[in-house]
Design a binder for this molecule. Structure first.
Ligand code: IMP
Length: 180
């Protein structure tokens, strides 16, 4: 471990604040929250409990070619939604937006299915790393340019269950197939 970047109470405060905003913005709209597996599972679970409005939840698993710590933007759908997004207000729930390539690609894919709207909700934003212009509609925490794990985020599939977010030393981050 390098250092704790966000402790559990900072995370819960950020998630609850997003919950308040989404509950206000989507009142009467029955939004569909789309969690991107696997990194967003813990965030979506807490966010769903923070919402005070009716909503539905579904998941997509995607993979992208690239190294263990970055993405190429070529997104492949490994497991698709079960709920039809046509005519729905969709909120894509993602763990981290880094280059922005994954989310911009996903938005195109979902928009082709004729939803009423598509918005982005991310727990962590790394704005300095962007390769495509993308500003999330809901951001929990602005993150440093470091490789972060915990609270759903993994390094080689480990550390997802840790209730806080910490950085790992760059020299320990080696090239491996990208995982989510
Ligand atoms: P983007 O397409 O570069 O925005 O990639 C976003 C995806 O890269 C996230 O959904 C994560 O799967 C992964 N990712 C980016 N930064 C981190 C990190 O610090 N820890 C764990 N996964 C990350």
């Amino acid at each position: 471990m390098d250092r704790v970047v966000f402790d559990a109470s900072a995370i819960q405060k950020a998630v609850n604040a997003i919950g308040v905003r989404i509950s206000a913005d989507y009142r009467g709209k029955n939004p569909l929250l789309v969690g991107i597996l696997r990194g967003a599972y813990m965030f979506l679970s807490d966010l769903s409990r923070a919402l005070t409005i009716p909503h539905t939840v579904d998941f997509m698993a995607v993979s992208s070619y690239g190294s263990g710590t970055s993405t190429s933007g070529i997104v492949r759908i490994e497991s698709d939604l079960r709920i039809n997004v046509e005519g729905r207000h969709v909120v894509i729930v993602e763990d981290v937006v880094d280059t922005g390539l994954t989310l911009s690609q996903l938005k195109k894919t979902l928009e082709a299915r004729h939803p009423l709207s598509v918005k982005f909700c991310v727990l962590l934003d790394k704005p300095t790393r962007r390769k495509v212009p993308l500003v999330p509609d809901y951001t929990g925490l602005t993150a440093p340019d470091a490789f972060l794990v915990g609270y759903g985020l993994d390094y080689l599939e480990y550390f997802r269950g840790i209730p806080y977010i910490f950085s790992i030393k760059p020299e320990l981050v080696q090239s491996e197939p990208a995982s989510r």
